[in-house]
Design a protein around this ligand. Structure first.
Ligand code: FES
Length: 122
């Protein structure tokens, strides 16, 4: 006999998925120390760009969502992937002309004038 899932019930698969993507809080430093955006940030071995948009700060992963190339900032209007040259917005990481692709974004909050990010524990 099986019990049907009720609305709002979290499946075991969802729990396992969230456990795999455990996140950690990382203090990026004083908010005032970030003067220009995007600003490159390293957390462990992972590289990000700190960006500032209408909805606040976020970290965008430099790992390309297409096939894992490196998304680079070469000073142009957009980020560019070294894999196949796709271009991404420097504000929200959306991909030009490909609505189904976007740079992975992670929450950054301001706490006591410091930027604190929630990023994968890698
Ligand atoms: S790997 Fe980035 S565009 Fe293909």
């Amino acid at each position: 006999m099986t019990t049907p899932f009720k609305r709002g019930t979290v499946s075991l698969r969802q729990i396992n998925g969230s456990a795999r993507s455990k996140k950690v809080r990382v203090d990026l430093g004083e908010e005032a120390s970030f003067k220009t955006f995007p600003s490159p940030v390293k957390v462990g071995d992972a590289a990000y760009y700190l960006v500032q948009g209408k909805d606040g700060y976020k970290l965008l992963s430099t790992l390309c969502p297409h096939q894992g190339g490196e998304v680079m900032d070469e000073g142009d209007e957009h980020f560019v992937c070294d894999g196949h040259g796709w271009q991404y917005s420097k504000v929200d990481g959306s991909c030009d002309g490909r609505a189904d692709f976007r740079m992975k974004a992670f929450l950054v909050t301001v706490q006591n004038n410091r930027l604190v990010a929630l990023v994968p524990d890698e």
